[in-house]
Ligand binder design. Structure first.
Ligand code: GDP
Length: 866
């Protein structure tokens, strides 16, 4: 635009001439007359002044009009709240150019156009004076051309930067490529755990890259295109080829211009994609622990979790990113995706931690550990009581024993440890947990009752555990006692007395009179001697938790049976998922003891949570290892729980879908001691395991009295509450009554199981069996206006009943199922017609043909048993 007079300018910008003159004066310009000329530079100064009036930096404009574009940049400074007032910051310029790569590629004036609305917006906010704004806009318009020129200049310098960046990007890309190749080579060679370590920084890098990529995505294509286009442009239009030269000297300048980092990373990623795209799929060695989250597994395969979820879905496994999947599933999906799964067993690591060398320790004879089993009421408890009272009373704490789950007696032939756990279920559940604590099993058989179902079970359990069986033929004092009958009966189960050439010792005893008890103890000692039971009393103790309970006063108390080494007060003890220092130890008489050697039971105080019966107990030299192992076990248990919970959910859904309906008996079980709790829950679960139609769920279980929380859990899950030797407290009783929760108390396991069985039997869907009661053959068919189609039939078998369901058979194939409309003999309606008799049959809703057979049947409800 050519130079204009003040008057003209006032007209253009729509402000009174006087006002404009005033402003010009205030701006420090030496123009006083309305007809004086206003140069471009004057206009800029004026604009700068006006802006300054509104908090904008006018210095650049006023003193360095050539940098007008920079001033524009400083506008953006204000916007971002930057404090870069003192000098023109390149950093700011860069940002702006970078954020608008598309603008750069279009014509320069376009970019100025882009700039305008922003400025207006900014000004609008600041300005109340409408006229002044108009003025500024007009001035701005006039200056646009100048800006465009400036812009071109900028682009040139921009171009030089781009060239540098490109060079750096290329260098980086080359570096990446090399690294990638290296990594590829490594990933083929490396063993799994090592590979994971190798991969970790890469994974991080990849993740960073992904993030940056996504943020750069918008710009990237434009930028690239831009970049090329501009170079092309400038090469031809402006002949700036030399700008590439400094770019070639990459390194140092890049470093100096540290601010370009962000950009160069973007470029580098871009380049990386070009180079790193693998031509062949990389086969990873993927370590698969017992449980793993989907997310973690995806990482180990260097893939996106989403992709893994899809792959799982294809295999029919629905999983979310944080879901824990089990080892089998993980191995399958890893293979499915073409990688190489390496199954790792965390137990191995644990074993390594817990391993100790006991080869140098001297071994000694140890006492046998005995379990008494047998049918209910055959005298197990009485026998134990008798032995306890007769053998222990002498000299020991007045003979008052405590229930700690085990006790030991001194006999003439040495010490015997008895496990006072409830019967064979506990025995088996312990054994299932890998705890073979029993050396000898005594099976009590009442001489007046003989072999009963639980006797047989006990034999089976003992044989399965491969432990010697001693038969105590009890109640020998009773009149109807017939020990020979017991011997004969047991012969059927391959339990043969020694005197008959077998290998089992039979001892006749009376738990009531004490007759034969010494013989029994002798038999035990003798058997033990033959077994040459040995253990070392030296070194750190190792053993098994027999039971554990939460005591209000003492906290967690656990009975442990030491199997080797010696357990001492102050030891660091690891049991199950818990560890703790042995604070106090007691024997079965409640006496405080300092140590317990092999085959000795001890009540231990010091754990913080109740371990399970059958858990291994181990003393460790240092707390750190104990903590590590305990924590590992906790994590594992939690993951396992999660994994099975999830599996159960799916499974049950499937099953319900298949079966249409699954009957469930939900039980909340509370018991006095851990051992009983386990025994009962195992027995209950076994009940249902044998029958597909019922499902016993133990929704909650624990040691101790029934409290309000238990009731709410039971109510929430529609469960019945079973208390074994425990009772509900007042609050719980109230809650149970309010919420209609059933409370059941038992003190005999057998009765408990019996009752649940009955409950389940009652719940079972009635099973019907069809019973064909008669058969009739269609001899002729006619229609009666009154009755519709009537078949003249001969009853060939049994009886045809009017009200029984029928089937029509043609060539022995059922073609219709339904009922009879009418049954007549001559002209009379009858209820039934017997074999050898002719009758008229009307089949409801079906037309039979001559030669068809009509089968009449009944449904008979069968009694259901588990
Ligand atoms: P468990 O269920 O196997 O523990 O059997 P118990 O020890 O509770 O005994 C059941 C019943 O048999 C009790 O009433 C005992 O008193 C009784 N009993 C146990 N042993 C003998 C015995 O040797 N002789 C007699 N006469 N009765 C016995």
């Amino acid at each position: 635009m050519a130079e204009v007079t003040v008057k003209q300018l006032a007209g253009v910008v729509g402000t009174p001439v006087e006002r404009l003159l005033e402003q010009i004066k205030d701006a420090g310009l030496d123009i006083a007359s309305p007809d004086a000329l206003v140069s471009d530079s004057d206009k800029r100064t004026l604009l700068g002044y006006l802006r300054a009036q509104h908090g904008k930096d006018s210095n650049d404009v006023a003193t360095k009009p050539r940098r007008i574009a920079l001033k524009r940049k400083s506008v953006s400074e204000v916007k971002v709240g930057s404090s870069g007032r003192k000098t023109v910051s390149i950093e700011v310029r860069r940002k702006r150019t970078l954020s608008r790569p598309a603008v750069q590629s279009t014509a320069a004036p376009g970019s100025a156009e882009q700039e305008k609305p922003e400025e207006i917006t900014a000004l609008e906010k600041l300005r109340a004076d409408q006229a002044r704004r108009e003025q500024e806009r007009e001035l701005e318009r006039e200056l646009r051309r100048k800006r465009a020129e400036q812009r071109e200049q900028e682009q040139q310098s921009e171009e030089s930067r781009l060239a540098e960046i490109r060079a750096k990007a290329e260098a980086e890309a080359r570096e990446k490529e090399e690294k990638a190749a290296e990594r590829q080579a490594k990933s083929v060679k490396a063993t799994a755990p090592k590979e994971k370590k190798v991969l970790t920084p890469d994974e991080l890098q990849a993740q960073q890259a992904r993030e940056q990529k996504s943020s750069a995505k918008k710009h990237k294509p434009d930028f690239k295109e831009d970049f090329r286009e501009e170079l092309k442009d400038k090469d031809t239009l402006f002949g700036r080829k030399e700008l590439h030269i400094p770019g070639g000297q990459s390194g140092k300048r890049q470093k100096k211009k540290g601010k370009a980092t962000r950009r160069s990373v973007v470029t580098a990623i871009d380049a990386k994609h070009g180079f790193e795209k693998p031509v062949e799929a990389i086969v990873h060695d993927v370590t698969v622990p017992e449980t793993i989250t989907v997310d973690e597994l995806a990482k180990r395969m260097s893939m996106k979790a989403g992709e893994l979820i899809k792959a799982l879905m294809k295999m029919g496994v629905m999983a979310t990113i944080n879901q824990v999947i089990d080892q089998d599933t993980a191995v399958l999906v890893v293979e499915e995706l073409g990688h190489n799964p390496i199954v790792i067993n965390e137990d191995d690591y644990e074993k390594e931690l817990l391993a100790r060398d006991t080869s140098d320790l001297k071994v000694e004879h140890r006492a046998p550990v005995v379990t008494i089993m047998g049918h209910v009421d055959h005298g197990k408890t009485s026998l134990l009581d008798y032995i306890r009272s007769s053998k222990i009373a002498s000299g020991e704490a007045g003979g008052i024993t405590q229930h700690i789950g085990a006790y030991h007696v001194e006999t003439n032939r040495g010490v015997i440890t008895f496990l006072d756990t409830p019967g064979h279920a506990a025995f088996t559940s312990m054994r299932e947990r890998g705890a073979n604590v029993t050396d000898i099993v005594i099976i009590v058989v009442a001489a007046d009752d003989g072999v009963m179902p639980q006797t047989i079970e006990a034999i089976q359990h003992a044989k399965a555990a491969e432990v010697p069986i001693i038969i105590a033929v009890n109640k020998i004092d009773k009149e109807g006692a017939d020990p020979d009958r017991v011997k004969n009966e047991l012969g059927n189960y391959e339990v043969i007395p020694e005197e008959w050439g077998g290998e089992n010792i039979f001892v006749n005893v009376s738990a009531k009179t004490g007759q034969g008890i010494d013989n029994l103890l002798d038999a035990i000692s003798l058997t033990a001697e033959l077994m040459e039971l040995q253990a070392t009393p030296e070194g750190l103790a190792r053993g098994v938790v027999l039971e554990a309970a939460l005591d209000k006063g003492r906290g967690v108390s656990a009975t442990v049976l030491v199997q080797e080494g010696t357990l001492r007060k102050g030891d660091i003890m690891l049991a199950g998922e818990d560890f703790g220092r042995v604070r106090a130890m007691y024997d079965e008489f409640g006496n405080s003891i300092d140590s317990a050697g092999p085959s000795m039971p001890a009540l231990v105080i010091g754990l913080s949570s109740t371990p399970d019966a059958g858990d291994e107990m181990q003393v460790l030299a240092d707390e750190r290892t104990a903590r590590e192992v305990a924590q590992n076990r906790q994590h594992k248990a939690r993951d396992m729980r999660l994994a099975t919970q999830q599996a159960n959910k799916l499974e049950s859904m499937f099953e319900q879908m298949k079966a249409g309906e699954v009957k469930k008996l939900n039980i909340l079980l509370k018991a006095d001691v851990q051992g009983t709790l386990l025994a009962i829950s195992d027995a209950l679960l076994k009940l249902a395991a044998d029958n597909e139609q019922v499902d016993v769920r133990i929704v909650g279980s624990g040691v101790g009295g029934i409290n309000e929380t238990d009731i709410s859990l039971a109510a929430a899950s529609g469960a019945i509450v079973i208390g074994f030797n425990v009772r509900a407290d007042a609050a719980a009783r109230r809650a149970a009554a309010e919420r209609g929760v059933e409370l059941n108390y038992y003190s005999v396991i057998y009765e408990l199981i019996d009752e649940v069985t009955r409950a389940l039997t009652g719940m079972l869907k009635a099973e019907y069996r069809e019973h064909i009661i008669g058969m009739a053959k269609v001899l002729e068919v006619f229609k009666s206006p009154q009755f519709g189609q009537i078949a003249g039939c001969l009853v060939t078998e049994g009886v045809v009943r009017k009200d029984s369901p029928i089937r029509v058979l043609r060539d022995n194939v059922v073609i219709f199922e339904g009922e009879l409309e009418s049954l007549r003999r001559f002209k009379d309606d009858v209820k039934e017609v017997h074999s050898g008799t002719e009758c008229g049959i009307g089949v409801k809703n079906y037309e039979v043909k001559v030669g068809d057979q009509i089968e009449v049947y009944e449904r008979v409800e069968l009694e259901r048993k588990l």
